[in-house]
Ligand binder design. Structure first.
Ligand SMILES: Cc1ncc(COP(=O)(O)O)c(C=O)c1O
Length: 149
């Protein structure tokens, strides 16, 4: 995979789309990068799913209680960024994963920014996307990338 955009598109088309029927729901947040908006808009046009956006408050933080309220029995997928490229906000992904999993819903984390932060300004390689749900999995991904560097 050449980058995060390609990874999200691949996940959206090959993994998520087959799970969806018209009227199902997908949750992104208000401050997603285009790479994590366009694939879901395309899927919404193709399948008739609804996109319910998790809101952000005046200080640029996700309103977790409102995010939690968006879940319904039609929620099929969540796709959120870990660090906003526009605001620098770090989203509470641990809690967001717990809430999604509490509803039996899978969640994709756009890790483009946090992985770069982890490796500092010398990092020049774009990360690919991964499904990671635990800090152990994030650490494994980070070590694998470090070995390549
Ligand atoms: C949060 C976020 N997601 C996705 C992307 C797209 O990444 P890529 O260039 O690897 O496709 C970026 C690029 O800056 C980003 O900041």
């Amino acid at each position: 995979m050449r980058g995060t955009t390609e990874g999200i598109n691949l996940a959206a088309q090959s993994y998520v789309k087959p799970l969806l029927s018209a009227g199902d729901e997908i949750i992104p947040t208000h401050f997603e990068h285009h790479a994590n908006i366009v694939p879901w808009q395309m899927i919404a046009q193709e399948t008739g799913v609804l996109i319910k956006v998790a809101p952000v408050d005046d200080t640029g933080q996700i309103i977790l209680s409102r995010y939690a309220e968006l879940f319904s029995h039609r929620t099929k997928f969540v796709s959120v960024t870990h660090v906003s490229n526009a605001l620098g906000t770090i989203t509470p992904v641990r809690e967001m994963v717990q809430i999604a999993h509490g509803h039996g819903v899978r969640i994709l984390i756009d890790g483009a920014q946090p992985i770069l932060r982890r490796f500092g300004p010398k990092a020049t390689v774009r990360p690919t996307i991964a499904f990671y749900n635990t800090t152990e999995e994030i650490d494994k991904l980070a070590s694998a990338i470090r070995e390549l560097a």
